[in-house]
Design a binder for this molecule. Structure first.
Ligand code: FAD
Ligand code: MLT
Ligand code: ZN
Length: 472
C-alpha cells in the first residue's frame, strides 16, 4: 500500500493525502452511528485529479468511498473499520463553473456546497430551488448521489428532477462528459439517471448542470396548528387547490418533535406547542406580489379555520419571522441528535394513507414498548415522514438501539410494506439499510441493480457493500 499512497501523493500533492492526525470529520458519520478507519483521505482539486486517484486505486485494488459534505443519514460516505478504504473527498472541487441565463442552467463542481450554489445563482437573478437543513455543508455531488429531497420537492421535485447533465469519473478512471444542458435528449439509455441516486456505487460525480427557475416575487410562510393528521392531509388538499403551483412547502411536525426543539434550544419560540398534536408549516411562493400572496394565504387559512382543519395559525409578517419559523422546523434533526440516538425511519406512504399508517403503527409500537416516544415529522406534501422512534423517557438511548432496533425496524417496515410505501424516501440506503433492501425490493429489481453494478464496476471498488450489500 505504500506504492498506492505514493501514487496518490503524486496525483494530488502531498498536502492533500491525509493518513494521520484527527480524521474524525471524514471517518465518522453525521449521526454518529459508525466510526471507521480510512487507509487515506484524498482531496483532489480537479476532474483530472479524481480520474488519476480512481485509476491508482483501481490498479491497487483499493476500495473508494466518495464523500461530499458527509451529512448523509445512512452511513454511506464514511469508511468501514478495515483500514483498506480510501476516502475520496470532493470538497476542494467547489467552484460554480458557469451560469447560462438564456438556457436557465448552472454548471458546478460536485463539491460545491449547496448554500453557495443557491447564493451565487440568486445573485445572478435566478432561483436554484433545492433546499435542506444541511445546505450549509452538503454538496451538490452528494445531493445528486443520494437524489436528495428536502423542503421544496412539492413544487420543484427531487434533485434528479433538477439535473440536466453530469460529469462522472468511471470505476476505470475514465471521464464521462455528460454535462449537457439539454431538456430533450432521447439518444439511448439515460446514463445521467443511472448515476443519480447511486450513492457513490457506480461512479464519482465531478460536475453537474442543473436547472434554474425565476425568483418568486414574494415568498410567505405560515404556521398552523392542526387537530389531527387527517386534518393536515385535508389542509394539504385545500392548499393545493387554493395556491396551485405557488405552494412550495408543506411540512408537518408532531408535538414531541417540536418539544425537543423547545427543550434543546429554549431561545427558539415554538408556536402553539402546548395546544395541538401537530403543526404544519406552509410556504407560498408567488410570481405576482406580496399582497397577492398574503391575500391568498389569508383566504386559505380562513377557509381551513371554518372547516375545522386548523385551530390557529400565524402568517409571518416579514422575512425575519419566516426564517424563525423555518429555523424551528430545521432544528428538529439537531434537537433529536442532542436528545440521543434514535431509530430513524425515512419513509414514504401515499399521502391519503398516512393518518391510518400512523395510528396503526403508533399503537403497535406502544403495545410492544410502553412509553416509547415518536419523533414524527417530515415532508407531508411529498408523503414523506421521518418516523423516528426514541427510547422511553429516562431510558438509555444506546441500550435501546442495541436491544430494540431490529424489532422496531421490522415492525415499522412491515407496516410500510402493508401501506404500499418505501423504506427510503430521500436519504438512500447506504450501509445502514443495505441488509433491509432485499426484503423490500423484488428479486427482479435487485437482479437488474446487481447487473448494472457489475457492468459499471466489475471490481466492486466503488463504495462496496453500500446499497446492495455483498454481491456474492
Ligand atoms: P455525503 O454525506 O458526503 O455522501 C452521501 C452519499 O453520496 C454517500 O454514499 C457518498 O459516497 C455519496 N457521494 C457523495 N458525493 C459524491 C460524489 N461526488 N460522487 C458520487 N458519490 C458521492 N436529505 C434529504 O434528502 N432531505 C432533507 O431534507 C435532508 N435534511 C437533512 C438535514 C440535516 C440537518 C442533515 C445533517 C442531513 C439532511 N439530509 C437530508 C441528508 C443529507 O444532507 C443529504 O443526503 C445530502 O444530499 C448529502 O450530501 P453530502 O454532500 O453531505 O453527501
Ligand atoms: C429533514 O427533513 O429534516 C431531514 O431529512 C433530516 C432528518 O430526517 O433528520
Ligand atoms: Zn427530510
Amino acid at each position: 500500500m505504500t506504492d498506492l499512497i505514493a501514487r496518490l501523493r503524486a496525483a494530488v500533492g502531498d498536502a492533500h493525502v491525509l493518513t494521520e492526525g484527527d480524521l474524525a470529520a471524514y471517518e465518522q458519520d453525521w449521526r454518529k452511528r459508525m466510526r471507521g478507519k480510512a487507509l487515506a483521505v484524498v482531496r483532489p482539486a480537479s476532474t483530472q485529479e479524481v480520474a488519476a486517484v480512481v485509476r491508482a486505486c483501481a490498479e491497487a485494488g483499493a476500495p473508494i468511498v466518495p464523500q461530499g459534505g458527509n451529512t448523509g443519514m445512512v452511513v454511506g460516505s464514511t469508511p468501514d473499520a478495515s483500514g483498506r478504504e480510501v476516502v475520496l473527498s470532493l470538497k476542494r472541487m467547489n467552484q460554480v463553473r458557469h451560469i447560462d441565463p438564456a438556457n436557465m442552467t448552472v454548471t458546478a463542481d460536485a463539491g460545491c456546497v449547496l448554500q453557495n450554489l443557491q447564493e451565487v445563482t440568486e445573485a445572478a437573478g435566478h432561483l436554484f430551488p433545492l433546499s435542506l437543513a444541511a445546505e450549509g455543508s452538503c454538496t451538490i455531488g452528494g445531493n445528486l448521489a443520494t437524489n436528495a429531497g428536502g423542503t421544496q420537492v412539492l413544487r420543484y421535485g427531487n434533485t434528479r428532477d433538477l439535473c440536466l447533465g453530469l460529469e462522472v469519473v468511471t470505476a476505470q478512471g475514465e471521464i464521462w462528459d455528460g454535462l449537457s444542458g439539454l431538456r430533450k435528449d432521447n439518444t439511448g439509455y439515460d446514463l445521467r439517471d443511472l448515476f443519480i441516486g447511486s450513492e457513490g456505487t457506480l461512479g464519482v460525480i465531478t460536475g453537474a448542470t442543473m436547472k434554474l427557475y425565476p425568483l418568486p416575487a414574494a415568498t410567505l410562510t405560515a404556521w398552523a396548528a392542526v387537530p389531527s393528521l387527517e386534518a393536515a392531509v385535508s389542509l394539504l388538499g385545500l392548499a393545493q387547490q387554493t395556491l396551485g403551483a405557488s405552494l412550495t412547502g408543506f411540512e408537518v411536525m408532531g408535538q414531541f418533535a417540536l418539544s425537543l426543539v423547545a427543550k434543546h434550544y429554549p431561545q427558539q419560540r415554538v408556536p402553539f406547542l402546548q395546544e395541538t398534536p401537530f403543526c404544519v408549516l406552509l410556504e407560498n411562493a408567488d410570481q405576482e406580489s406580496e399582497a397577492h400572496a398574503r391575500a391568498q394565504f389569508e383566504r386559505l387559512l380562513e377557509t381551513a379555520l371554518e372547516q375545522g382543519l386548523v385551530t390557529d395559525a400565524v402568517v409571518a409578517e416579514n422575512i425575519a419571522q419566516a426564517r424563525q419559523l423555518w429555523h424551528v422546523r430545521e432544528s428538529i434533526p439537531l434537537a433529536q441528535a442532542d436528545e440521543g440516538l434514535n431509530i430513524k425511519h425515512d419513509i414514504s406512504i401515499p399521502v391519503s394513507r398516512i393518518p391510518q399508517f400512523c395510528s396503526e403503527t403508533g399503537a403497535l409500537l406502544t403495545s410492544h414498548i410502553p412509553g416509547v416516544r415518536l419523533v414524527n415529522f417530515g415532508h407531508l406534501g411529498d408523503g414523506n415522514l421521518h418516523y423516528n422512534v426514541q427510547a422511553p423517557e429516562g431510558g438509555d438511548a444506546a441500550a435501546f438501539l442495541s436491544e430494540r432496533e431490529i424489532e422496531v425496524n421490522t415492525l415499522v417496515y412491515d407496516q410500510v410494506q402493508k401501506f404500499d410505501g418505501s423504506i427510503s424516501a430521500e436519504h438512500g440506503i447506504g450501509l445502514l439499510k443495505a441488509e433491509k433492501l432485499p426484503h423490500h425490493k423484488s428479486p427482479v429489481a435487485l437482479g437488474m441493480m446487481r447487473a448494472i453494478k457489475l457492468a459499471l464496476d466489475p471490481g466492486n471498488l466503488l463504495n462496496p457493500g453500500r446499497v446492495l450489500g455483498s454481491l456474492r
